[in-house]
Every structure is written in C-alpha cells, then in structure tokens.
Ligand binder design. Sequence first.
Ligand SMILES: [Mg+2]
Length: 271
Amino acid sequence: VDGAFYDLPSVVIDDVGRTTHGRHVLLLTDYDGTLAELAPTPAEATISAELQADIAEVEALPSVTFGVVSGRRLSDVRVRVGPEVEYVAGLHGLEIEGPQSKFHHHALDAVVPVIGTLVQAARQALAWCPGIYFEDKTYALTCHVRLAPSECAARALLEFETLAEPQTDADVLKTMSGAKALEVLPATDWHKGRAVEWIRARVEARVREPVSVVYLGDDRTDEDAFRSLGAVDVAIGVGERPNGALIDWRLEGPACVDRFLGEFVRLRRRE
Ligand SMILES: [Mg+2]
C-alpha cells in the first residue's frame, strides 16, 4: 500500500479539533489491529507501554470519556486495557460494562450449549490442519488460521463454516469473517454500531449535553460503528481494510494511533 494512502495523525487531529470543538468527546476504539498489532494468536496481541501511558492521559481528561469496543470477551479486554477504562464492550457489543451500567444481550445465554457442542466438533473435525486455533468465547467461537499453512487455511475456514451450517441456516448463529479468522456468534441484529449508540446515550445522560463520538477501528466489524456516526462525529479507519466510503480519515496502524492519542491529549488540554 502506498504511504500517501494514509493520513497523518496531525492532519486528523486538526479535523477532530474543528468537529468536536466545545463538546464532550466520547473516544471509542477497537482493540486488535487498532490499539494492538495483530499477533499470531489473540493472547499475544498486547498494547505497547507508550500507548498504555497515552490511554491513561486520555482517561484523566475531564472533557473526554474513553472506551474500547472489541470482538473479544469483555473480561479479556478489561485485563488488557486496565481497570480505569470507563466503557468496555466485548463480543462486538453484545456485552458492555460502564459506570453503574451493564448490558448483556438476551440472545447470549441460549447459545452456550450450541457453542459448546460446536467447539468439540470443530476441534475433532479440523485436527488435520496444522496451526489452527479455536478461541472459545463461551457465547461465540472463532477459528483462527493465521498460523496455518496458506494451502490449509482457506479449506479449514470453509470446513468450519460447513460445520456451523445447521445453526446458521436455522438463524441461531451467524458467521463473521475477520483477519485470517472466521467467527460464529448469536444471530442478532446487534453489533458495534448499536454498542456505540448504547454508550453514547449513557454518556449524554451523564454530561447532560450531546457528545461527539470519535471512533477508531481496523476491521469489517467496525464498519457498523462507522455507519452509526453523524456530522459531529469523526470516523477514523486504521489500516487498509475499512471501506473508504464510511470513514473520514485513515491511519496506518497502532503506532499512528498512539501518535494520534498523544496529540489528542494535547488538543484537549488546550481547549
Ligand atoms: Mg480490530
């Protein structure tokens, strides 16, 4: 990808300054590929010390509320980003935790036995594929093939999809493709965009005025969040995946997100 394809953090900050001037900002960000570099396995994707320090500074800003919206389990994200983060949404928004507020989608509990059966079946049926890894999220299951040889990866994902077909055909589960991964999760119309709306409503009730949302994300699932944004919000894609029609700006990766957060702190301190 050509370098000119990406926007400079300083240019993005100028727009964020103009668009959000005088308003409380709800800064929401995805985790994998946005705050943390993508790693061979989910366990290895951690945040740099610099970024962790910038997040702490964002958290300390009185005119900003910070949150992380991820496909991981909420508890997993919480361990990675720290207890200070005000809002954490897991499972693409199906579970959310904030100050004095919690959301647990009603469709989650019903799929627990279905996911349990599928985990066992998939581990057996796909044992032929070296490097395959199943992330059992209790309410969802992700099949990762980042470590599998490329000639096996596509076939393994297809087989995984076929195994889940009775449940996806019956609208109990739906599939979602990610970076070198395929996930099955409850078939609902809830997604990251609905999670953004849920969190925005709670923050607006607390600060008693409309807020501006600044959202950063790198994946197809973040496009639902981008679609939920309006004129006083800023949509920032990270990396090459997000659809250009849905975002205002594009940063190259977590290192640029770190620079952006540093400049965002300085911008907000000036206001
Ligand atoms: Mg991501």
